[in-house]
Write a new protein. Sequence first.
Length: 431
Amino acid sequence: MIGRALRQLGSVRGLITVPGAIALTLWLTAFIALRLDRMLARSDAIELYRILQIDHQTAVTILSTIAGAAITTLSLVYSLVLVVFTLAAGNIAPRLLRRFTGDRVNQVTAGLLGGTFLFSLTILHQTGPSSVPGVSIAIAFCLAVIAVLQLILFVHTVSRSVTIDEEIAAISAQLEARLAGIVADNDDEPRAASFDHGDAPAFEITAADNGYIVGIDEQRLTALAEQFDVRVEIADKPGTFVLRGQALARIAGDADEEGRKDIKDAFAGSVSLSPVRGSVDDIEYAISVLLEIALRALSPGVNDTFTAIACVDRLSAAFVTPVYNGMRKRLISDGDGTVRVSVPGLTVEDIVNTAFHPLRRAAADNLLMVQNIADALMRLHDIADKQVEPIFERHAQLLMESFERTGPLDVDRAFLADRLAPILDRSDPTG
């Protein structure tokens, strides 16, 4: 029960957990600072302590100013964040709001300002004509200085957050890192490894609620499988929506009813479900966010082709590692080399189809965009593994056919055909 509560607390994101923790920490620090003031007032360091002493009226003025400024600035920060949210939702993509709320600079700024207010208010409450806590006031002054510097950083970060190219690059970097991590993990696994159920009986572990699969704790699953001497096969990849009672995993191994109950209890929490989609483990979701930005930019209401071009360029950059090395199902082994966990994975064809099919349809009558998609296909085809090359050859054919159906001029058709000639010539069986 306690473990489940901690997992739920850890899943809370946005402008709640981190700002709240920082604010409460600074508030508790106020009591430590007051305790230190009392100790110094009675110690031999009284001469040093007198350097920090100020009169009661000045202390009240300083603390009141800091507390008032901190809470006023905090309200302005939240107002500015809401304005950024509105701009992002309307002009870029609503799915980016989760990125903004999870930004560490936004979180630290809110927590620091809230903590400075609570700290100053607490010290102000304990300040009297006969008791002026000099150390605590000095700390409050330092917090005010840090808050000003943090506010400058916050304004800088927010100004970059509404710059579409910056956001596209940041999303692409996360997608690229995740794809590279999966390929690296796969390279560490023996290619000949197989997931064999053998003759062991199997049973299913079902979902306790509706939701998206947003995380799979592979280390915990491997340890669990080794502990109970079973094999775990995850039913669906991250990002899949499952219903209550639908199978999450298939467990193969010799276990009686009591053993199966223990396995099910231990399995709880290994596959995380969420009512909303969006996770670093969900590769298709990250691709879809970039697609949403590109498709919105290509819509008649926005008509921002260069934003869509930036999305295509960054998608092609993120696909470099899997296109070059390939992707496959993850098979995770224990220390003895026994394959214990099987996790469904995406293929190169899956991620390429997810990205380029919608882009091709949306950009069929936009020569500038079609040209950019053709260049992206050419780049990826040049570095692709021999087994992956036909995927890009097929997409090049589809791109050419989609463009021809828009009724282009002969010169435009010839221009695109020349652009795609290295791929189309290789995919033409008569060429």
